[in-house]
Design a binder for this molecule. Structure first.
Ligand code: MG
Length: 165
């Protein structure tokens, strides 16, 4: 019997509005605008949760944590990630995250100084060595809603391995 791998991908986007904090990958980013959302609006963690759920064939984040459920109002997305991980563990005991590749789409601020912190935060949350987590940031060259600083988005791809059965 051989071990199996599963790939997962996730995407998330939130509108940016003034008077909201900007959380990216569990890290508070200094910005005059933040994500409009029922929870803390952390696009990286939401895309990561969807990638994890998708890798094992579970329902998406909206099914797991319905936006009309008052329980999740203002929720810290690191807590949601923890809950999602429990679901994934129940579904696939012994699974291991091999690597995570994250792309953040944001016009401003430049995320250079935040990238190592985000990497560390996510690696810690998942019990991984930081070298298994990649964090990239792109602007949209001023184009479209992201380029016009009206939105932030993130894409996450990850690979998990399952024990031999
Ligand atoms: Mg979201």
């Amino acid at each position: 019997m051989s071990a199996a791998s599963r790939v997962g991908q996730g995407f998330d986007l939130h509108r940016l509005v003034s008077g909201r904090p900007l959380k990216i990958g569990g890290v508070a980013v200094d910005s005059p605008v933040g994500a409009e959302a029922h929870s803390d609006g952390d696009v990286v963690l939401h895309a990561l949760i969807d990638a994890l759920l998708g890798a094992v064939g579970l329902d998406d984040i909206g099914e797991l944590f319905p936006p009309d459920d008052a329980t999740y109002k203002g929720a810290d997305s690191l807590g949601l990630l923890e809950k999602a991980l429990c679901k994934v563990k129940e579904r696939t005991p012994g699974f291991r995250v091999e690597n995570i590749d994250i792309t953040i789409l944001l016009e401003k601020p430049k995320l250079g100084p935040y990238k190592p912190v985000i990497r560390e935060r996510i690696a810690t949350a998942l019990g991984l060595e930081p070298g298994r987590v990649a964090v990239k940031a792109k602007t949209m060259e001023g184009l479209g809603p992201i380029g016009q600083q009206e939105a932030i988005a993130a894409m996450v791809t990850l690979l998990i391995s399952l024990p031999a059965s």
